[in-house]
Write a protein that binds this ligand. Structure first.
Ligand code: ATP
Ligand code: MG
Length: 299
């Protein structure tokens, strides 16, 4: 298997986002500027982390790159999103469908929402394999089992025959990984892929994701509020706050020489991690006010 078949030319980043702004309706007359002028690049084979507190715009950025924003005419997206060099802002739905079929796989926090409850798991993985690959039924079935196994599921034949509700949370998340990698995508966007799982299962699923992405040479955009999760798995980190990127750089540099006070606050909360984990959403109100002023000044 080789993800390089989907790879763009060397000098064109796989994903290049510039000045991205996303405004979403929140009520009949209200809206929120969920993302404000975000610049972000993901190169071929690169692992990029996006961290930041709840509501900072991580998921909306990830969804914009996968063309999965809400479809309401009141949603306004501007700036530039290039995938493999192709401008996708205002691209027709069919163009986005193709990107998601062949280039970008997504893994979400809540697998049940994205799995079809009435379809056996094996069929759902099979449907994700592009039609022009794995010719006959037998070859497809073998491929399905291979992807399930690669996603860390033992007894793939047995798992393939089950419905999503017959699996544990960790197994469902692995099924989503299998569905994502079955496309042999150039990029996997994993949005809080393990947040809903307990700590031990979380570690195991992350390890599988790490190994699978490495094996396939796929780029990874790992979105998490948990800097500790992102630190161990990425080459570069983007720190988001209030719909903006407030800091980005090589993972080591962001961890050891953070420039922005918000990053320092995130790091402090990671450093005080206990075994049960600490909620990074709990930034003290005084610091939150300071950060808000700082971000406002910077813009
Ligand atoms: N479908 C939607 N409709 C309206 N507003 C939305 C929608 N999705 C997100 N928002 C708003 O956009 C902003 C950014 O949300 P986003 O989901 O990107 O945050 P996040 O960083 O992923 O947070 P979390 O860590 O909680 O997942 C928030 O103000 C949120 O309330
Ligand atoms: Mg989110």
């Amino acid at each position: 298997m080789n993800a390089a078949t989907n790879a763009p030319a060397d000098d064109v980043p796989l994903v290049s986002v510039a000045g991205l702004r996303v405004v979403l309706p929140t009520g009949e007359r209200s809206e929120v500027e969920a993302v404000r002028r975000v610049d972000l690049v993901i190169r071929d084979g690169e692992r990029v982390g996006v961290v930041g507190e709840s509501g900072s715009g991580k998921s909306v950025t990830g969804r914009a790159i996968a063309g999965l924003l809400p479809t309401s005419p009141r949603v306004r997206v501007s700036g530039s999103i290039r995938v493999g060099g192709r401008e996708m802002i205002d691209a027709p739905p069919a163009a986005w469908d193709e990107i998601r079929r062949t280039r970008v796989g997504m893994i979400f926090q809540d697998p049940l929402t994205y799995l079809n409850p009435t379809m056996r798991v094996g069929k759902q993985v099979a449907e994700s394999i592009p039609a022009d690959r794995e010719g006959g039924d037998a070859a497809r079935t073998r491929a399905v089992h291979r992807f399930l196994e690669q996603a860390g599921l033992e007894n793939p034949a047995e798992v393939a025959a089950r419905f999503p509700h017959e699996l544990s949370g960790g197994m469902r998340q692995r099924v989503l990984i299998a569905i994502a990698i079955a496309k042999l995508p150039s990029l996997i966007i994993a949005d809080e892929p393990t947040t809903a799982l307990d700590a031990t299962v979380q570690q195991r699923v992350l390890k599988t994701l790490d190994a699978t992405v490495a094996e396939l040479g796929t780029s990874l955009m790992l979105i998490s509020h948990d800097l500790a999760v992102v630190a161990g798995m990425t080459d570069r980190i983007y720190v988001m706050y209030g719909g903006r990127v407030v800091e980005d750089g090589p993972t080591e540099q962001v961890l050891h020489e953070p420039r922005h006070p918000y990053t320092r606050a995130l790091l402090r909360s990671v450093r005080s991690l206990t075994d049960d984990g600490v909620d990074l959403y709990s930034i003290p109100p005084e610091l939150r006010r300071e950060l808000a002023e700082e971000v406002a000044d910077a813009s």
